[in-house]
Design a protein around this ligand. Structure first.
Ligand SMILES: Nc1nc2c(ncn2[C@@H]2O[C@H](COP(=O)(O)OP(=O)(O)OP(=O)(O)O)[C@@H](O)[C@H]2O)c(=O)[nH]1
Ligand SMILES: [Mg+2]
Length: 394
C-alpha cells in the first residue's frame, strides 16, 4: 500500500498540475495543425507562359530532320473552356477600357451641330489614324456627307445607323469566315486530319492563338494535336504544351533546340493522322517578312506538311496595335504561305482595329478570329455586325 507523508503532498499536486498543463498544450497543438490541414485550398495560379522572344529568330539554317519521333507531351490538367457564342460582345467593354475607341470618337464628331470643314477633316483623320485606310475612309466620309446633305445629321440615332451600315459594308459580310477544321479522308477511306498552320511575325500572338483555338476546338468536341514547329527556343514548345495540357491536348515537339521546324510540323501531322485526330494545329516561330531565309523556311514547312496532308487553313496572326505595318506583313506572308484567314490579336488594347478593313480589301482574305485579351478564352470568331457594334459601343 502506497503511503504519503505530508511533505510529499504539495510536490505531487505540483506534478499533477504540470501534467494537466502539458496535456492541454498537446491538445491545442493538435487542433491547430488539423485546422491547417483542412484549410480551403487556394487554387494555384495558371502556369506562367514563356515571355515572347524579343529578338528576331536567327536566319534559317539547313538543319537535318530528327530521326527519332518527336516527343508527345502527355496532357496533365483539364479545364473547361467557355463557350464561343457571344464572345465578341466583350469587345465593347475591352475597347471602353482602352481609352478612346474609334466608334466613340467618330460619333462624338458627328453629334456636333453644323459640321464645319474642320470637323470633317477631324473625322477623316480619326479614321486614318485607326488604320481604316485612305480609300475606305474616303468612301465612308462621302456616304456621311451625302447623308448630311440629304437628311441632316440632327438625329443621332439615324447618323449612327448610317455609320453602322457603312462600316458593315466595308467589312464585307459576304466573305466566308468559317475555319477549315473539317477532317478529310484519304483514298483508303481513312480519316485525314484538318491541318491549320499559324504564321506571323514575332510576338503577334501566334502561340497564344493556337492555345486558345485548341480550347475552342476541344469545347466543340474535336480531337486535337498541337505541333510545336517553333524550334528556336525550348521555351516556345513549353509554352504551347502548357496550353495543350490545360485542355488535355498533346503536343508534338522536337527533342532538341534548333531542330528542323518542317520536320516537327511533319511529325505532328503524321501523329495526328496515325491517331485519327480531327485537327492538327501547327505553331511556327515568329519571322520577319523581309528576311528571305526565314520566309524560305516557311515555304519548306508548307511543302513538307502538304506531303502528309493538305493544309486546310493558313492563319496569319496580325497584331492590331502595329497598324499599317500589318498590311505589308500580310502581303508577303500571303505570297509564301497562301494565307486563308487573318487572326487580328490585341484588339482589346487599341483604337486601330481599322486594319481589318484594309487587309481584307487588299488580300481578299477574311479576318476569321480576333484576340480580345490574354485570357485563355479571349478569342472570338469574327462577326462583322457584332464587331461594328463593339466599335460603336452598341
Ligand atoms: N492584350 C492581348 N494580348 C495578347 C493577345 N494575344 C496575345 N497576347 C499577348 O501577346 C504576347 C505574345 O504572345 P505569343 O502568343 O507568345 O506571341 P507569338 O507570336 O507566339 O510570339 P513568338 O513566338 O515569340 O513570335 C503574350 O504576352 C500574349 O499574352 C490579345 O488578343 N490581347
Ligand atoms: Mg510563339
Amino acid at each position: 500500500m502506497l503511503t504519503l507523508n505530508s511533505s510529499e503532498v504539495p510536490v505531487l499536486i505540483g506534478l499533477a498540475v504540470l501534467l494537466v498543463l502539458a496535456g492541454v498544450l498537446v491538445v491545442a497543438l493538435l487542433v491547430r495543425s488539423s485546422r491547417r490541414g483542412s484549410a480551403p485550398q487556394v487554387p494555384s495560379p495558371p502556369s506562367q507562359e514563356a515571355p515572347p522572344s524579343q529578338e528576331a529568330p536567327r536566319e534559317a539554317e539547313e538543319v537535318t530532320a530528327p530521326r527519332e519521333p518527336a516527343a508527345v507531351a502527355e496532357p496533365a490538367l483539364r479545364e473547361v473552356p467557355a463557350p464561343t457564342a457571344g464572345r465578341l460582345v466583350r469587345l465593347r467593354e475591352r475597347l471602353a477600357r482602352s481609352g478612346s475607341p474609334l466608334g466613340a470618337r467618330v460619333l462624338s464628331v458627328l453629334s456636333r451641330d453644323h459640321l464645319s470643314e474642320d470637323d470633317w477633316d477631324e473625322l477623316e483623320e480619326t479614321l486614318l489614324l485607326a488604320d481604316v485606310g485612305a480609300g475606305p475612309t474616303a468612301e465612308l466620309i462621302d456616304a456621311l456627307r451625302t447623308r448630311a446633305r440629304v437628311a441632316g445629321l440632327d438625329d443621332p440615332a439615324a447618323t449612327r445607323a448610317v455609320l453602322r451600315d457603312q462600316l458593315v459594308a466595308l467589312l464585307d459580310p459576304s466573305l466566308d469566315r468559317s475555319l477549315g477544321v473539317q477532317p478529310g479522308t484519304d483514298e483508303a477511306g481513312a480519316q485525314v486530319p484538318a491541318v491549320v498552320l499559324v504564321v506571323g511575325v514575332n510576338g503577334t500572338g501566334k502561340t497564344t492563338t493556337v492555345g486558345k483555338l485548341a480550347r475552342v476546338l476541344v469545347a466543340d468536341g474535336r480531337s486535337v494535336v498541337l505541333g510545336a514547329a517553333d524550334t528556336f527556343r525550348a521555351a516556345a514548345a513549353d509554352q504551347l504544351a502548357t496550353w495543350g495540357s490545360r485542355v488535355g491536348v498533346p503536343t508534338v515537339r522536337a527533342d532538341r533546340d534548333g531542330a528542323d521546324p518542317a520536320s516537327v510540323a511533319f511529325d505532328a501531322v503524321r501523329t495526328g493522322r496515325r491517331e485519327g485526330v480531327d485537327v492538327v494545329l501547327v505553331d511556327t516561330a515568329g519571322r520577319l517578312q523581309n528576311k528571305a531565309g526565314l520566309m524560305d523556311e516557311l515555304g519548306k514547312i508548307v511543302r513538307v506538311v502538304t506531303r502528309e496532308a493538305p493544309l486546310t487553313e493558313v492563319l496569319l496572326v496580325l497584331d492590331a496595335t502595329t497598324g499599317q505595318n500589318g498590311l505589308s506583313q500580310a502581303r508577303v506572308f500571303a505570297q509564301v504561305a497562301a494565307v486563308t484567314g487573318i487572326v487580328l490579336t490585341k484588339l482589346d488594347g487599341t483604337a486601330k482595329g481599322g486594319i481589318v478593313v484594309q487587309v481584307q480589301r487588299e488580300l481578299g482574305v477574311p479576318v476569321k478570329l480576333v484576340g480580345l485579351g490574354e485570357g485563355p478564352d479571349d478569342l472570338a470568331p469574327f462577326d462583322v455586325e457584332a464587331f461594328v457594334d463593339g466599335l460603336l459601343g452598341a
